[in-house]
Design a protein around this ligand. Structure first.
Ligand code: AMP
Length: 415
């Protein structure tokens, strides 16, 4: 199969060639014919499958022959990084079309974005919050939008953006083509889809399973030995391009410092870093200036780095879906990748979940010559209130009675 079958505008064929694509990926083969005929679409596809081009190419193909200098396509996406990546794909594939796209997201100055809107760019790639601000201020006009893409809809839901997304949709012309992409379909996303799309064609590629080119391994370890084990793992693996996930921003920051102290070139990507710092981290990691990047789930969402060799879950993710999203960063476009997950005894339930969705037992590995027997450091002694008997023994009267409804509610935070 080649891209010729889609009868795309010659300017897009130039872009495809320039991007180095020879054959369409499965999601492109499945989604593009419907998208090119103007049909609404629901795509189940992970990042790394080529889904961006699957919606960008049909949009460009339509826009290339119509009015210019007004917003005709809107792509809504959860994170700035993802917005930049989609924008890059548009610039690359649409290079010969003179169509323009702009990114809209918070955390950076609005002036360049307002300028781009004034200049009448044809495509907006936006995160919901800032776009709503610019609509409210009268800078973004969406009356001529013909295409709406909701990208990574499940993640937008996870991040609490759904109300904003619905507000944006309410501002769009009813006559338009809508494409919704999501790796998973919780009830809220199904509802959004049924409210927003008309007779959509459903396309499912690579369902909720990680790429088959990824090998998975679990490294059981007590909590207090995680950092030590990780350093050993890093020393024993080819560390050219390793992405490590932690549960929180704070843990990402702390771990990055520990890794740096062990002599690696490392950076971090999480919500406590400024937009400039995140961009620098991402570019540095992509170009190899950093061998290792420590990230949180949200910051690394949709990250498109071609050659990540290892994903290491320093902390196991909270859900099987999150695991798939994380692991989707390696083994991209059929390259091989390794996924290591450090598991503590408390992670037992989550491991079972993972094995269920993967349909296989995950191998449990131990590092040779690593001393797993080191005891946990003693916990600092916390001063305790004297037990009740002591009070009673001191002659203090202790009355034990059930808490009132008010007290119970107060404690649990119920109103
Ligand atoms: P995506 O799933 O959209 O994030 O795409 C993942 C990566 O695949 C990106 O780096 C794309 O440039 C690349 N890609 C997309 N389509 C193709 C294709 N047909 N052939 C080769 N690479 C592709």
């Amino acid at each position: 199969m080649s891209f010729v079958q889609f009868n795309l505008d010659a300017r897009l064929m130039t872009g495809i060639q320039r991007a180095g694509y020879t054959d369409p990926t499965p999601i492109q083969t499945a989604a593009m014919p419907a998208a090119l005929t103007g049909q609404d679409l629901i795509g189940t596809a992970q990042t790394g499958t080529g889904k961006t081009a699957a919606f960008v190419l049909p949009i460009l193909n339509k826009l290339v022959n119509g009015a210019r200098n007004r917003t005709r396509a809107l792509i809504v996406t959860p994170t700035r990084e993802l917005a930049e990546q989609i924008h890059d794909t548009i610039s690359q594939l649409g290079n010969a079309t003179n169509l323009r796209s702009a990114t809209i997201y918070g955390g950076v100055g609005a002036t360049p974005q307002i300028k781009a809107l004034r200049s009448g760019v044809e495509i907006l790639v936006a995160c919901p919050g800032r776009l709503l601000d610019l609509i409210a201020q009268g800078h973004a006009k969406l009356d001529f939008v013909e295409f709406l893409v909701l990208d990574e809809a499940d993640r937008m839901f996870d991040m609490g953006f759904l109300p904003d997304v619905k507000r944006i949709i309410a501002r769009l012309p009813v006559r338009r083509q809508t494409m919704l992409f999501s790796a998973t379909f919780p009830r809220e996303i199904e509802q959004l889809a049924s409210q927003t799309l008309r007779n959509p064609q459903r396309i499912a590629i690579g369902l909720s399973r990680p790429a088959i080119t990824v090998t998975h391994a679990l490294y059981p370890v007590p909590q207090h030995l995680k950092a030590g084990l990780l350093m050993q793992l890093l020393k024993r693996t080819d560390t050219n391009s390793v992405l490590i996930f932690t549960r929180t921003k704070h843990r990402a920051q702390k771990l990055a410092m520990q890794i740096e102290n062990s002599g690696f070139r490392v950076t971090s990507l999480h919500g406590n870093r400024s937009q400039g710092q995140r961009q620098e981290a991402l570019n540095g990691f992509k170009r190899g200036r950093y061998q290792i990047m420590v990230a949180t789930d949200i910051a690394a969402r949709g990250l498109d780095v071609e050659s990540i060799s290892h994903v290491i879950n320093y902390d196991i993710p909270d859900t099987a879906d999150a695991y798939i999203h994380r692991i989707g960063r390696t083994g991209r476009m059929e390259r091989a990748g390794d996924a290591f997950t450090l598991v503590t005894p408390e992670d037992h339930e989550m491991v079972r979940e993972l094995e269920k969705i993967m349909g296989q037992k995950l191998p449990k590995l131990t590092l040779e010559d690593y001393d797993y027997s080191v005891a946990a450091p003693a916990k600092p002694v916390v001063s305790q209130r004297p037990p009740r008997q002591t009070l009673a023994a001191r002659g203090v009267k202790v009355i034990s009675r059930p808490a009132s409804r008010f007290q119970q509610n107060h404690r649990t935070g119920n109103k």
